[in-house]
Structures are given as C-alpha cells and as structure tokens.
Design a protein around this ligand. Structure first.
Ligand SMILES: *[C@@H]1O[C@H](CO)[C@@H](O)[C@H](O)[C@H]1NC(C)=O
Ligand SMILES: [Ca+2]
Ligand SMILES: [Ca+2]
Length: 364
C-alpha cells in the first residue's frame, strides 16, 4: 500500500471545509515535496471583511502598548537580523542538462548574469521570526486559517487521533488544526527549545512580510541558486558531487526508509539548529536540506538557453518556487537537495519543512 501511494501525485485544495484531492500517476520521485497546494483565497477574503469590521489588526494595538512591549524586547531588530553575505554575481550556469527530475524544469543549463547582491547566511530562525511578530503583530497565514501541513511522523498520538482528514494519497502529510510557527506539530508542541532552528509554517506571503520588515527581500531563484553553488560549476551540491565527502554529513536530510524509518544518522530527525552543518565556500549554511526555502519567483518549468541578466521568473503564476529540499528529503522519493532542483507551492501554503532566508540589494 505504501509503495503504491508513493507513485501517486496529488493536488490538495483546501477551501472552506472541503478538501478535494486530485491524483495523477507520476514518477515516484515526484511525491512528497511539492504536494501541498492550498487555495485559500475565498477564506482570506471573508476574513479580511471580518477584520475590516473590527478595524484591522494594527488598529488593535495602541501606541503606548507598542512602546511598552518594545522596551521589554530582549533583542533589537538590528542585532537580530542575519548576517548578510556579499555575492559578487557575474555569469554563472543555472540549471542542469542532467536533470535528476526532468519534469521539474531543472534544465536546460543556461548562462545567467547576476549583479552583486547580498544573501543571509542562514535560514530565518524562530527567534528572529518571534522578534518580527512581537514588533509588528504579524499574523501568519497558518494562524489565520487555523491549520497547516505537518509531517505525520512528527505528530503525537493525541493529535493523530484527532485528525479529521489525512491526505489519502500522501498519508505522511496531514493538515493539523492549530499547527503554526509557534506550535509546529500542533497544539501540544512548542518551539521553546528550538529558537535557533529555522521557522516553519510560514507562507510565501509571511516570508515576504518578514523580509520587507527587515529592509530586505526574498532572493530570486537565480540568486538563490548562485548562492547555493558556492562558485562551483556543474556540481550537484553546494560542496561538490559527493553526497558525503569523507563519510561526513554536509546537510540535514533523511536517512533510512521514507516515510516510516528515519535513522537520523546526521543527528536530526527534524530540523536542526541553523549553521550546524558546514558552510559552502561562500559562507552560506543549510542551502540544501534542513528546510525548503521560498524564492521570489513564480513557478514555470519552461526555460530556454537564452542568456539572461538578473532573471526574475515569469510575470505571474499560481505557485512560487522553493529551493533546496528539506530534512524530509531522501533520494528514493525526493531527490531535490541539489542546487538545480526546484519545487513549488501556492503562496499561501505552509508546512513543517518549509522556511526561507532573505536577500538584499547593495546600497545604491
Ligand atoms: C517576544 O515577546 C515575548 C513576550 O513578551 C518575549 O518573551 C520574547 O522574549 C520576545 N522575543 C524576542 C525575540 O524578543
Ligand atoms: Ca536528518
Ligand atoms: Ca535550506
């Protein structure tokens, strides 16, 4: 049964209380990483109307309350933001002519020019996101919608027994009520001992809001991939072509048999603290593995060999590109922990293996 299930790809559309699942037969590798599509626009409109009636979220916090809270902040914004690493840009080869997963649009390999830019050295952490929400009162989409996708292997028996609908064709993903960035495995979980781990359950929109607050922005897919490659040409991983040089783990991935047995040979069954694995030669951590990372670009699988300057992806679309794979990726079903690999989700999707890092422009 389990094996059959891997060969099925699905599109999950969550609207008010209806879940529709569309299944198509696709290669086994395509399962698991990119299946969380949610269409929540209607819900959002409804909530916005309700909020308008109440006067909006920001109007609920008077100025004196804001400054009171600001004084108690254990960190200030400048100290909390990640170190930016300068990427010098120039020409590089994006994508690959030897795609691990051709239908993801990994190819063809093409020459891309990038102007210099900055990128954060690690994924945005729970601590950083907490400061952002403390100051801005930003409510994530998972909090607004009241649920988010959690990998079932991480759920307590109690939460599992309360699940109303598991996703039939990908039983390891469950929409869990009350799961959000503060409670990554649902209401009975917390991030207290994970403040230096990457924040989870943030939608593209949430990630965008954080970067904007930080005076930064999300990287384009090209910028993310340039950063991932660390100056190496035509290599699979940020450190080269060998997954485990000298027998060492270079990224937080899945070892064992997905989805039932994670040996955690790399030390982690779930996320790891950022910067726990070696940096690439650019000084960037966890570019592959740990959590998937949102990029600014809309998704398309159609690329040409044309040389491009600072490409920003399609003008519009329905899904955003995410890069790098996660602690749930194993070669058997999700060979996406490579720099050229890519996947997609709708901008309002959130899950227990998806986060982000910001980029920034050079001062003019
Ligand atoms: C956010 O606010 C809470 C409650 O006041 C506080 O305990 C926490 O330390 C703050 N977080 C940061 C990162 O400043
Ligand atoms: Ca691991
Ligand atoms: Ca990552």
């Amino acid at each position: 049964m389990g094996l059959l299930v891997y060969s099925v790809w699905l599109l999950v559309c969550v609207s008010v209380s209806v879940v529709c699942v569309r299944c198509e037969v696709k290669p086994a590798q395509d399962c698991g990483c990119n299946t969380l599509h949610t269409h929540r626009a209607e819900e959002k409109e409804k909530e916005e109307e309700e909020e308008d009636g109440k006067g909006g979220a920001s109007a609920q916090s008077p100025a004196h309350k804001y400054s009171e809270r600001a004084n108690k902040e254990s960190l200030n914004k400048e100290d909390s933001l990640s170190k930016l690493v300068l990427m010098e840009g120039g020409w590089f080869l994006m994508g690959t002519d030897d795609p691990g997963i051709p239908q993801d649009g990994e190819g063809p390999q093409r020459r891309v020019w990038l102007d210099p830019y900055y990128i954060e050295e690690h994924e945005v952490t729970n601590l950083q996101f907490q400061l952002f929400t403390n100051i801005t009162h930003h409510l994530t989409e998972a909090e607004r919608f009241g649920d988010s996708f959690v990998f079932e292997g991480l759920l307590s028996e109690e939460v599992k027994s309360s699940l109303s609908h598991a996703v039939a064709a990908a039983p390891w993903w469950s929409p869990v009520k009350g799961a959000d960035w503060r409670r990554p495995e649902g209401p009975d979980s917390s991030i207290t001992r994970r403040m230096d781990h990457p924040v989870l359950h943030v939608s593209w929109t949430d990630a965008w809001a954080y970067c904007e607050w930080a005076g930064r922005r999300l990287p384009t897919e090209a910028e993310w991939e340039f950063a991932c490659r660390g100056g190496l040409q035509d290599r699979l991983y940020p450190w080269g072509n060998k997954l485990m040089p000298r027998g060492q783990h270079y990224a937080n991935l899945w070892q064992g048999e997905f989805p039932n047995h994670n040996t955690a040979e790399d030390g982690f069954t779930q996320t790891s603290p950022v910067k726990r694995f070696p940096a690439n030669t650019f000084g960037l951590y966890d570019m592959v593995g740990n959590v998937w990372e949102w990029t600014a670009d809309w998704w398309s699988v159609h690329h040409t060999r044309d040389h491009t300057h600072n490409p920003k992806g399609p003008k519009t679309g329905s899904d955003k590109v995410k890069k790098g794979g996660s602690y749930m990726c194993h070669k058997s079903y999700c060979y996406r922990y490579r720099c050229a690999a890519r996947s997609q989700n709708t901008p309002d999707s959130s899950a227990s293996n998806l986060g982000f890092r910001c980029a920034a422009d050079l001062a003019p």
